[in-house]
Design a binder for this molecule. Structure first.
Ligand SMILES: [Zn+2]
Length: 327
């Protein structure tokens, strides 16, 4: 089950008792899913088609309760290419006229031209604005798999419909983007906060919780990944530096012999060569007596300096350091 399916399932069960909201929701559902089917000989029917059984039941009972209209539910099984079952709620022409009039969807009586958005008043109240958006989402809404990125969209059938959805959301201070895609106008959100706000506005509380869980999980794993990358690059830096140092130490050993070095440098050279993955402060602790990081640094720099001088044939003075060995 996808996240979209879960959200649809939850929204299809949101209670709406007021006729004002039922009107707004039904008008939105009709427009969003095509609305009119011609049956030949100038006869037509109103249809709401959806892949969600709970959604079709929702509008079936709304029709019955508020308009006394008994719609017919048809089950459309998919063809060989598309196995998806779809459900169609059909309202016969004999009852369609009055219904369309009540939903403020007809342009003028006697001529069947559906408006692209319902007329005045249908989305006037805040409750009805939510209802309008809810049906739009139920009919043509989608949320991508949130593990990758956040994206919610309603693929509206017309530009005026998309703008009406956006206006309804704007009333609640939610500002979606609108973009044209082929013959659809897509109303979308790309931020997790906005998606979460919209879902909670429409009444999908469980979906909001699920989304919050995903967000927390993503934040934690991003943090862990960043920390691991940081640790790994630190280890790589230590190892790289140690490898260069160990080359220098080997060079000194082959050209001069480590035993010629003063004790402090000789011990440092052995400690470094035997512990390539140990940090500078860790190396300091291996010495007897232990020394700090800056002391280790100074001795390693001196070893590098000696190796460089050996390579270039410069004179090396070890006397200063030899004195350290004297009691
Ligand atoms: Zn209402």
């Amino acid at each position: 089950m996808s996240f979209t399916t879960d959200v649809r399932g939850e929204l299809a069960r949101v209670k709406t008792n007021d006729v004002c909201c039922a009107r707004s929701e039904l008008a939105s559902a009709l427009l969003a899913s095509g609305g009119i089917t011609w049956r030949g000989q100038g006869r037509y029917a109103l249809c709401i088609t959806t892949s969600d059984a709970a959604t079709v039941r929702r509008y079936f009972s709304m029709l019955k309760r508020h308009w006394g209209v008994a719609g017919e539910i048809q089950v459309l099984t998919g063809d060989a290419l598309n196995h998806m079952t779809r459900y169609r709620l059909v309202v016969d022409e004999t009852e369609a006229g009055a219904l369309l009039h009540s939903l403020r969807l007809t342009d003028n009586p006697g001529f069947l031209g559906l408006k692209q958005v319902p007329g005045e008043g249908i989305t006037h109240f805040a409750c009805c604005k939510k209802a309008f958006v809810r049906a739009a989402f139920l009919m043509c809404g989608e949320i991508n798999s949130l593990e990758k990125h956040y994206h919610l969209e309603i693929a509206a059938p017309s530009e005026p419909f998309a703008h009406r959805v956006a206006e309804c959301l704007a009333y609640f201070e939610l500002t979606p983007g609108i973009a044209r895609r082929k013959n659809k106008w897509v109303v979308y959100f790309k931020r997790a906060e906005a998606i979460s706000d919209m879902l909670s506005l429409l009444g999908a509380g469980a979906a909001v919780l699920a989304l919050e869980n995903i967000r927390v999980r993503k934040e934690v794993s991003n943090h862990v990944n960043r920390q691991m990358n940081f640790d790994q690059s630190n280890i790589n830096r230590v190892v790289d530096a140690a490898e260069t140092m160990i080359e220098d130490i080997r060079y000194i050993d082959s050209e001069l012999g480590l035993e010629k070095l003063p004790k402090s440098l000789r011990e440092m050279a052995y400690a470094r060569a035997n512990n390539p993955e140990t940090s500078l402060s860790g190396l300091g602790e291996l010495l007897d007596p232990p020394i700090g990081k800056s002391g280790v640094n100074a001795r390693l720099r001196r070893l590098t300096d000696i190796a460089n001088k050996l390579r270039s044939g410069e004179e090396i003075r070890l006397r200063g350091e030899r004195r350290e060995e004297l009691p």
